[in-house]
Each structure stands twice: as structure tokens, then as C-alpha cells.
Design a protein around this ligand. Structure first.
Ligand SMILES: [Zn+2]
Length: 74
């Protein structure tokens, strides 16, 4: 049997990691988004137009789902 260790931790569930996100500052709004984009300006919540603030969330590590980052073609 060939056992492939990519890391020293055993596989359990999807690994989670503190991920940079933008969180809506509106009190009744729980909108947030991943910080996949390099915002040069503070983004505004698309739902309530409040400013979004930088924060972090524990999120499962994902492959790039962002259409923003096209990989490799071209
Ligand atoms: Zn909002």
C-alpha cells in the first residue's frame, strides 16, 4: 500500500482556516463575502449599502470557486 501524506495532520473533515472576508456593518444584515478580490476601496454591501468591514471567518478551504481567478488558460 502506498500511503500518501500531504500533511502531517490526519484527514478528518475539510480543513478550515481563518479566511479574510468582508462583513457588512449593517446591524440587521449578515451579509459577508470572501476577500477573493483585491479591493482597493471598501466594498459596499449589495443588500443594504452599508460599508463592509474586514474580518475573518473560519471557512472550509475551497478550491478556487471564484470566477475572478481563471486558471491557466491563455
Ligand atoms: Zn448589508
Amino acid at each position: 500500500m502506498y500511503v500518501y501524506y500531504s500533511r502531517k495532520k490526519p484527514f478528518e473533515e475539510l480543513p478550515e482556516e481563518m479566511t479574510a472576508v468582508w462583513i457588512c456593518s449593517g446591524e440587521n444584515c449578515k451579509r459577508w463575502m470572501r476577500d477573493n478580490f483585491t479591493f482597493s476601496l471598501i466594498p459596499v454591501c449589495p443588500e443594504c449599502n452599508s460599508e463592509m468591514v474586514r474580518g475573518e471567518k473560519m471557512l472550509a478551504l475551497l478550491e478556487n470557486t471564484s470566477p475572478n481567478q481563471s486558471r491557466g488558460r491563455r
